[in-house]
Design a binder for this molecule. Structure first.
Ligand code: TPP
Length: 653
């Protein structure tokens, strides 16, 4: 495969891309025009992602593959199921979503960074989490067979997706479910970081066997000398399979009952089309192993695949990040990662576990400093938690760093393995709250609800970076499971103490006294609560206190009930859905104590929150801007006050 950056072709005006209103226009182009289309698509992706950020590398790697898919198959009748769906930009550009909509990629009212059934009829399946494509595609193919229709179903999975348990579970079921399924294994050797594990080593061997590749290459050249036709393709593939079996044995995929084609150069349109055509007419499930280069066409992305997997805005020429330096304030993930190194250096029983996200979680600090205490298990969240449980039974204290949204996948081992056995495992859930540009698949808005009901769980959220370190320190001394949630991005700039404090579990912190209203705030909302209290005091002359709740479980009931007994209005604030969250915990505690306190709960409504330009815009759209919250609290206070006055003057009182 030629990995070098293709020479820039000067695009005439108008661009071919501007004439693509749907897949039919892709089919109408002459084969000789396709390299120019590919170049224009790359230019467009680089232009838009350099402004908005996004999944640069994965998309630049699948330009030819996606064009080939649209040349051979016809959406929306045929069904493409993209794993994670972060590599769907090219598909969007070829299915009528170029222009202004695409230029607002990942922004409010613009294209989503993933695929959504609601966004286009060409998106047959939505995603954002890894490993779902093969199972879903198998379901769709089976539905087709049951209905007796004839569409093609194509699952496009990355090599890292093949390390997900669910992909392997689906693979195990392919032949017992359908005889017609096309699986494309898009092998670029990278997950977000370098791919890990035995499957990745296996794929690497499969694609680099020199003997096989030499014969494969010679055979391909021989067959190219004949006119292309499905029959000739069939003969060619039969020869190829037999040759390969002779040299390297049958592939893992063949053992699962799929016909294996490849490896195919994923940037060679002709080869891609030929293999897809063959698969289209196959009467057995087929897996095409396609080799692609992540970031192809942008030097910086080819050279730094991890950084450009999902990049923040960058200079399109140099690739340098254009992210505004947030006054040197480190991100929560780095504060966590560096603190963990300090603690793990002092205690070799502390180990860190990530599911393919060393940088995003901040565990890359541990990987660099104490590699023996670091484990990247691949995209395998269930395994990560079970692995931690095993380590914990043998005297280790694992710190499992998984984003709030991805930890959803490991719910059963959290309950059945860690909590039930009360094992000392610390869970660090980054991206709690919104991931605004990514949207509903990535917002971390459900963790309190799914953890609060689990016996033995301690659940907490720090108000700032320093408290995050205290909480990590506290949880490492705790003999059972502890869950810490914290948001994406930089903290508030709090100075981190030299000696971390051990926090008393289940105790809140009063930050400001008040007698009219008491705001119980969690995590990031503490800062908002302090501002709200100051404004209510200044503009309405109210006495408003603020509590930093720290713990959602166990909740500081003693303090809460003492406030409920003498303060007319309690307000709860959380960056989480209201259903089952922190405010719900407060209501339950009050109800259990038979305490009829007035409580105004501020949090996210019972809806999936879409993607948007930033947190502020999304908060405003859902009634959670500081002004909205101010008005809601004030209205509730006035209502409450009016009711009290009425009760005081009524003859019965
Ligand atoms: C359950 C889950 N865990 C982690 C992630 C984060 N994530 C997004 S893409 C990705 C790597 C995907 O690699 P691969 O499947 O090889 O596709 P590529 O990006 O290389 O095209 C990871 C780990 C996720 N989306 N879902």
């Amino acid at each position: 495969m030629n990995d070098s950056v293709p020479p820039r072709l000067t695009a005439p005006t108008p661009r071919l891309l501007d004439g693509i209103r749907g897949p039919a226009d892709v089919k109408a182009l002459a084969p000789a025009q396709l390299p120019l289309l590919a170049q224009e698509i790359r230019d467009e992706i680089i232009a838009v992602t350099s402004r908005n950020g996004g999944h640069v590398g994965p998309n630049l790697g699948v330009v030819e593959l996606t064009i080939a898919l649209h040349r051979v198959f016809t959406t929306p009748e045929d069904q493409f199921v993209f794993d994670v769906a972060h590599q769907g930009y090219v598909h969007k550009l070829l299915t009528g979503r170029s222009g202004e909509f695409f230029s607002k990629l990942r922004q409010s009212n613009g294209a989503s960074g993933f695929l959504y059934r609601a966004e286009s009829e060409h998106d047959s399946y939505g995603a954002g989490h890894a490993g779902t494509a093969l199972s879903a595609a198998l379901g769709m193919a089976t539905a087709r067979d049951l209905r007796g229709s004839h569409e093609h179903v194509i699952a496009l999975c990355g090599d890292a997706a093949f390390s997900c348990g669910i992909t392997l579970e689906a693979l195990n079921n392919v032949v017992s479910s359908t005889q017609r399924l096309i699986v494309i294994l898009n092998d670029n050797e990278w997950s977000i970081a370098k791919n890990v594990g035995a499957i990745s080593t296996y794929l690497n061997r499969l694609s680099t066997s020199p003997t096989y590749n030499k014969i494969h290459h010679d055979l391909e050249a021989f067959f190219r000398s004949f006119p292309v036709g499905v029959e000739m393709n069939r003969v060619y593939h039969k020869w190829k399979r037999e040759t390969k079996d002779f040299i390297v044995g049958s592939s893992l995929f063949e053992k699962f009952g799929l016909r294996y084609l490849g490896p195919v150069d994923g940037h060679n349109l002709e080869a891609l089309v030929k293999n897809l055509e063959f698969a289209k007419h196959s009467e057995e499930p087929v897996l095409i192993h396609v080799l692609t280069k992540k970031g192809k066409g942008l030097n910086a992305a080819v050279n730094s695949p991890e950084k450009f997997h999902g990049a923040s805005p960058f200079d399109p020429v140099t690739g340098h990040s254009m992210k505004p330096a947030s006054a040197g304030t480190p991100a929560y993930q780095d504060v966590f990662g560096q603190a963990l190194v300090r603690f793990a250096r002092a205690d070799a029983h502390i180990v860190g576990i990530t599911g393919a996200m060393p940088s995003g979680t901040g565990l890359s600090h541990l990987a660099a400093e104490l590699p023996r205490q670091f484990f990247d298990v691949g995209i395998a969240e269930e395994h990560a938690v079970l692995f931690a449980a095993g380590l914990a039974t043998k005297g280790f204290h694992p710190v499992v760093a998984i984003y709030s949204t991805f930890l959803q996948r490991a719910y059963d081992p959290i309950i059945h393995d860690v909590a039930l056995q009360n094992l000392p495992v610390t869970f660090c859930m980054d991206r709690a709250g919104l991931s605004p540009n990514d949207g509903p698949t990535h917002h971390g808005l459900f963790d309190l609800a799914y953890l609060r009901c689990v016996p033995n769980a301690v659940v907490m959220q720090p108000k700032d970076e320093d408290e995050l370190v205290d909480m990590l320190h506290t949880s490492l001394q705790h003999a059972g499971p502890a869950f810490l949630r914290y948001p994406r991005g930089p903290g508030v700039g709090a100075k981190i103490k030299v000696q971390p404090a051990t926090l008393p579990i289940g105790h809140a912190e009063v930050l400001r006294e008040g007698s009219n209203i008491m705001i119980w705030a969690l995590g990031t909302m503490v800062d908002d609560a302090l501002k709200l209290a100051a404004r209510l005091a200044k503009e309405e002359n109210l006495s408003v206190g603020v509590v930093n709740a720290r713990f959602v479980k166990p909740l500081d009931r003693t303090l809460l009930l003492s406030h409920a007994a003498c303060i007319p209005l309690l307000v709860t604030m959380e960056d989480h859905v209201l259903a089952g969250g922190f405010g719900s915990a407060v209501l339950e505690a009050l109800q259990e104590a038979d305490c009829p306190a007035a409580v105004e709960r501020i949090g996210w409504p019972d809806k999936f929150v879409e993607h948007g330009t930033n947190v502020e815009i999304l908060r405003a759209a859902y009634g959670l801007s500081p002004d909205n919250i101010y008005r809601r609290v004030l209205d509730r206070w006035r209502h409450r006050h009016a009711a009290e006055v009425a009760a005081d003057v009524s003859p019965a009182s």
